[in-house]
Design a protein around this ligand. Sequence first.
Ligand code: NAD
Length: 346
Amino acid sequence: MKILVTGGAGFIGSAVVRLAVRRGHRVVNLDALTYAGNPANVAPVSDSDLYCFERVDIRDREAVERVLQTHRPDAVMHLAAESHVDRSIDGPGEFIQTNIIGSFNMLEAARAHWQREGRPEDFRFHHISTDEVFGSLGESGRFHEETAYDPRSPYSASKAGSDHLVRAWHATYGLPVVLSNCSNNYGPYHFPEKLVPVAILRALAGEPIPVYGDGNHIRDWLYVEDHADALLLVLEKGRIGRSYNIGGGNEVRNIDLVRMICAHMDDLHPEGAPHERLIEFVSDRPGHDRRYAIDPGRIGDELGWRPSVGIEEGLRRTVEWYLANRDWWRPLLSRDGVGRRLGMGG
Ligand SMILES: NC(=O)c1ccc[n+]([C@@H]2O[C@H](COP(=O)([O-])OP(=O)(O)OC[C@H]3O[C@@H](n4cnc5c(N)ncnc54)[C@H](O)[C@@H]3O)[C@@H](O)[C@H]2O)c1
């Protein structure tokens, strides 16, 4: 299959690109290379005959159309997005432009392509979204596919907007779409502004590890390579028009996650142990959702998907990867905003 992956130079997109090429798919990676995009993320496959790269901004409708016309993909996996909640608090405009207008451009270009090709039934537009569209949970309950949308940050609102557009393009134009909403990912190639890599790299540097608020916010963590595997399964086997919630079944409080990372650091990099002493509680993010938890019943029952790695093993692999790949993350520390506290609100 020839798959057009948008955002394929980012964290999750690059995991999809690497896995798809390894499985023998042809991949066109469309990415604008924003601060979060990094060609090094796809270095393991970039020499493959199956891989090609298009540096294109999804806000540029004509450029997106040209890519679809040139490459004539069998499927689109749409991951390109502004993805960091803290940045969305400081600058929501970029999130509206890329996540909503950019997704609209992708849908229109995909629709035109699909119509030109004679509306093939096996064409797919797979929109990759987040569990954050469902809002914040109390102490019990989990998000399922019919949970009402209740986004509470500019990031999650912009992703919710794009989810609605995708459903509307299916209902109105018959575009064969599938959607997936996933919980928090972690793993190799994670940009060093998100909690897991920040904790690892601060521990390594012997610097304070910031934990927002009381640290009791709960997230449901999924190893990124398991997510990539689930995404290819949804693309190939998911029912048209349907959405699938993807989660790792690993609900962990942020403070416990950071403590687990510190324990792995103590073991793998004993210098400076115990790293837990570096934990520092800092003021909370405005509107910080308390708890996310995914019910992955549908993707499990219908498509037979299960994550392969639990949180302990996944975190250990991740810490090992950051310790072994300093040349990957060192240059990223000087990118705009990295290492600075963002998203304090106005
Ligand atoms: N990270 C998570 O935990 C998580 C969880 C669930 C869903 N998601 C969703 O998965 C997708 C990928 O997330 P990620 O964590 O890999 O994000 P990321 O920020 O690491 O990567 C985003 C990629 O998109 C590219 N991009 C951004 N704006 C663009 C534009 N205007 N045109 C073309 N390319 C552009 C960037 O260059 C980058 O390569 C997003 O849609 C996100 O909403 C993420």
